[in-house]
Write a protein that binds this ligand. Structure first.
Ligand SMILES: [Zn+2]
Length: 73
């Protein structure tokens, strides 16, 4: 989703493009949306990849009120 055609659902203000960043040993990455329910790994840390699809998560921020809306593209 791009902010080009989107309006804030709270105040109808202009949205600006953005994303949620995650810092890891590999540097800064964008957070993805995953389908399905989160399931813990039997060994190790984190979650198993059990979702049917992963999509880039956009976080559009309203320049007027600061409301953030998420879109899984
Ligand atoms: Zn707004």
């Amino acid at each position: 989703m791009s902010a080009a055609n989107a309006q804030c659902t709270m105040c109808h203000g202009e949205l600006e493009d953005g994303y949620i960043a995650h810092w890891s040993n590999n540097g800064r990455t964008a957070i993805n949306w995953s389908g399905g329910s989160p399931k813990a790994r039997f060994f190790g840390k984190g979650l198993r990849s059990g979702g049917t699809q992963d999509r880039t998560l956009s976080a559009l921020r309203c320049v007027n009120c600061g409301h953030v809306e998420f879109f899984a593209n």
